[in-house]
Design a protein around this ligand. Structure first.
Ligand code: COA
Length: 258
């Protein structure tokens, strides 16, 4: 059976492409399961140092699958929300950074998927929003929590209460997207940044991702203690010797991730 998520590898960079264009890549249970399997592939592959998630066609992801949700019971709705949370947490828990290359509509679960990635590059055609209130529901895959953490509480409240869509420039202005590109430049730009990240010490990048992820939800003194421990641990790696040795030898480092 073909998967709704295509996985490709190029060196140390993997790309996941959500591929259900006839339904604007809407997240059904099947799409979420395929996404989960793709993330598991990255987690177990070992040599993946950066990843990109994008969508086929005019959407990144136009949301959770409305047709599939229409007749869900309360228990089924809760279970569907839990599944979405689990899959998106698996993205956050990947060792390597993940760039969301938002090629088009990123609505509802699509915006939430992008928010579970480390940062967002947007096509000039991208549109973002949390339109769930139009459907009588709330964001259920982390939007009420990750959006305010990303853009601030007041802007997140406005976006979630009104359900309005914003364009790429507005997303850039409010700090939801890091950069905006012409549509044909989006994937090359994401791949270039992913390549750049993949050339750094992978253990160091992974530790930085973990600290940034875990640090936001703990008091600053405790978060700083996490950093102090991880900084010390970096000196137990071959990569630290290699990185500093290469600098002093005036040559490019070759990191092994060890
Ligand atoms: N769930 C299920 N199917 C979806 C979907 C979703 N979230 N978003 C789009 N689709 C389907 C449409 O039903 C349509 O299917 P059909 O061809 O069988 O009728 C197909 O994808 C194309 O969508 P369409 O609405 O015709 O495209 P458009 O360009 O006119 O509009 C959007 C694009 C994104 C504005 C519109 O599809 C939309 O509002 N989608 C829902 C967004 C949303 O509320 N997401 C949050 C869900 S919790």
């Amino acid at each position: 059976m073909t998967s709704f998520v295509e996985v490709t590898h190029d060196g140390h960079v993997s790309t996941l492409t959500i591929n259900r264009p006839d339904k604007l890549n809407a997240l059904s249970q099947e799409v979420l399961s395929d996404l989960s399997a793709a993330i598991e592939t990255l987690a177990t592959k070992g040599d993946v140092r950066a990843a990109v998630i994008t969508g086929t066609g005019k959407a990144f992801v136009a949301g959770a699958d409305i047709a599939a949700m229409k007749n869900m019971t309360e228990a089924e709705g809760r279970a569907f929300g839990v599944l979405g949370h689990e899959v998106f947490a698996a993205i956050e828990n990947l060792r390597c950074p993940v760039i969301a290359a938002v090629n088009g509509f990123a609505l509802g679960g699509g915006c939430e998927l992008a928010l579970a990635c480390d940062f967002i590059y947007a096509s000039s055609k991208a549109k973002f929003g949390q339109p769930e209130v139009n459907l009588g529901i709330i964001p259920g895959f982390g939007g009420t929590q990750r959006l305010p953490r990303r853009v601030g509480s007041a802007l997140a409240r406005e976006l979630i209460y009104t359900g309005k869509m914003i364009n790429a420039e507005e997303a850039l202005r409010i700090g939801l997207a890091n950069a905006v590109f012409e549509p044909e430049e989006l994937l090359p730009a994401a791949a270039k940044t992913a390549d750049e990240i993949a050339g750094k010490g992978p253990l160091a990048v992974a530790a930085a991702k973990r600290l940034i992820r875990d640090g936001v939800d703990v008091p600053l003194p405790e978060a700083n203690r996490l950093e102090q421990a991880a900084f010390g641990e970096a000196f137990a790696t071959e990569d630290q010797r290699e990185g500093m040795g290469a600098f002093l030898d005036k040559r490019a480092p070759v990191f092994k991730g060890a």
